[in-house]
Write a new protein. Sequence first.
Length: 577
Amino acid sequence: MRPVACLLLVLAVLAGAARGAPPGTPGEGALDIPPPGDYLAHPVYYDLFLKRYSDPDDLPDLRAGRVRVQHYDAVDAADFAWERSSGTNYTWWMQMQEMRFLLPLISSRRESDRAIARDWLIRWFGAHMAGGLPPRLWGEPMTWAYRAMVFVYYLRTEERRREPDEDVVSILRGAILEHQRQLASGGFFDEQNNHGFIDALGLYETTRVYHDDAARRLALERLRTLAVKSVSAQGFHREHAPYYHFVVLRWLDEMVGYFARHPDVDADTEHELRGITGRMFTAAYYLQDQRGGIPQVGDTDSSSVFRFNRRYRVTRAPGGAATCFDTDAGYAVYKGAARDRRYVVFRQPAGRIDMRAHAHADGLSVLYAVDGETVLGDGGKYSYDKAGRREYFQSGWAHNTILPPRSGSEVSRAPRVTEHPASVPLPEGTRWQASLTYGSFCATRTVDIPRDARTLVVTDTVRVGTARAPAPVSATVLWNIGPSVRSVENVHAGTDGLWAWRLTTHGGRRFVLSVRVTPADSITVAAVGLERGRAMLGWYSPAHGVARPAPVVSLVLGGEAVVETRVDELRRGLRRR
């Protein structure tokens, strides 16, 4: 071992011992590095899935000192400061800390590429371990976990070379041991967040290098705990977006394949994870439209199952059922087959795992698409930044819901569903119903999907009490027009309480969106408008950081009312009601 690397490694181990290792972690109370584990006997995670997480096209940028992480464009990171400054975007900084951008360099056959990876590793080591940067500043638990997995793959790759770099091997061994100690501590697992899957996986991966039965059992128990808690009995992920169903499905699917190659995983754990993954495959049928598109609900921007894995493209209805209804995960879905290509998602977010960072005010929201074309849509997520337009896209204004009365100009967040929704199979079709309350405000929404008809009917019964308010208050019914609609034409402007618009999609389909309000008087209906691109109304996010103007029908109600909304697909001309 080279003297410099040896000195750095001893300093790191001393620092770890001074902090104290959590009970059951390797190396407790000793300065000696534990003996190597079995990482050379079985493939590590990125041995198996490197192609899914490493893009060789990033190599030219990396050679030029530019780094691309996730959805961000490549940026000059040659002078990247590991200790985050106030002006650095937090998400970008955290993903740099994961160091997954090194994977193409580590796996490259070019010595110059591996030299770049070595330089980055030494810079990180010098700033964090040798530099004494407190572990709390090394990133979130998921950041630690991903970085640990990169380091394990890096070590395995380096030690299999004819002449391993002793400095790299020494630094990696010390870093992996420190990551195992930290990831085994209680503060490095959050069972209220999807990231807990990666937290647990990162801990397990470190045990490939430093075998520790307690740490390995802890990692598997954490995986089982989170999988059971975050996936419903029907196989739906209890999140705020179908997108995350497929994220977690891919993670669990890969973990099942990974653990199958490791004999130390007990059969019960493997069997349980296989069962949960299998149910998620089944539920995936309903969380994609007829063309494989993932419905843009909650923290989802335009995406397709093909982005995750072609195997997730499920085309046959489980048991031949056109509908599913899972109150635990908050989904009611209708997916027509053959000639009936209607696709309806009704949201009732009640009783789910609490992941507030991704939460959207979409109680009672309805999404409607026909053969992959979205007619009534959802704004999407826009970004994960807590300021700016993110607030709008999470609010009720970006969803097809009913907003309670408000005073002032605050962004309204629709309340959660307060009554368990009902699913009623009728001879003439399918009916769903759910209610929410907010103080003296109460709204009940009924969604009807008639059998053998090219229509959707939504009936809202709204009661607005004003006794406690110092001034008149109002409730709002919102309908966000989907991105597949290229033109909106007004064909009926409020006579007898009826408003109607002709919608034409990019694919040439024509629909009539009509809204009838009862009673139809000026006191009950304060305003009806078609808006797009206002400060906090009428936006659609097709991709991260992108917001496009989109039409929104808003009905402002000044009192009790029944609002019937219909979407009728036309063959010829305007269908009369």
